[in-house]
Design a protein around this ligand. Sequence first.
Ligand SMILES: [Zn+2]
Length: 315
Amino acid sequence: MSAFDSFPLGRPAFVNNILDRAAHLRRHDDKLLAFEGHPATRAYVVHRDSLVVKRENGGTRALLSINEALKFGANPGTIFLGLRDGAAVFGMGISQAAADKLINREDVAVTELRGMAMQGIVPPAELSAIAMAKSLVSWHQRHGYCANCGTRTAMKEGGWKRDCPSCKAEHFPRTDPVVIMLVTAGEKCLLGRQKQFPQGMYSCLAGFVEAAETIEDAVRREIFEESAIRCTDVSYYMTQPWPYPSSLMIGCTARALSEDIVVDHTELEDARWFSRDEARLMLARQHPDGLAGPHPFAIAHHLVGRWAHADKPGA
Ligand SMILES: [Zn+2]
């Protein structure tokens, strides 16, 4: 299955959650405990940007039984992600030392999630649930102490909260909004590249929404900061959860009011205008100069693709 089949236009990774979050169960410790002991219960085990998967029958399986997860060395703390066909699914973390012990085993792999998703090794339908596990495991690992008084906090509500036993502050997992936008000027679109991108790859400009800022202002500000282009008519297209570690990509379009680009080289290596034909060739990896667009895994591909194919009947 190619990346284009896995992530057809309008369906990037992480957007189609197979789990019912069943948030009403999070406060019922007795029910969560019963789920942990139930044979149908499964878990995703996450280590930093990687996923622990079982190798079997020539393929891999990301959903592990709780026993498998514990045998592989996963930390016992479970995060309740939700229900799949009535069975509970948890997220679990694993220490560096335990993950290191798995490296030479033939029946298990600790593999970087993004690479696995891009190569179709993890079914696209599971990516959203894995993203939940990844973001929450990461949050617990980084937020063990109260930001208010410094006391060690305790996991509550199936992992959707941490409480401070000393000052009684409640801490909730955060999601950071990021705007990512396709700016167009008639038949051209603005794309940029960061130094760390693969050679020849260009993508949409993006940046974090700042405190007390609207999405529209964030789009206009980021575009101006990075390219000196003024833009207007900001429209929302779609969002994509981005678990690195816990962002929400807010996909927008905007119309440029000017065309002279001044690249901010602290942010970008280059930014330029591309025609619709060029954008189509870049997305298909057929550009004569070897230029490429963003991978179908990412929302940027879909922002560019929707515009690039908009002039074709039936697209
Ligand atoms: Zn506290």
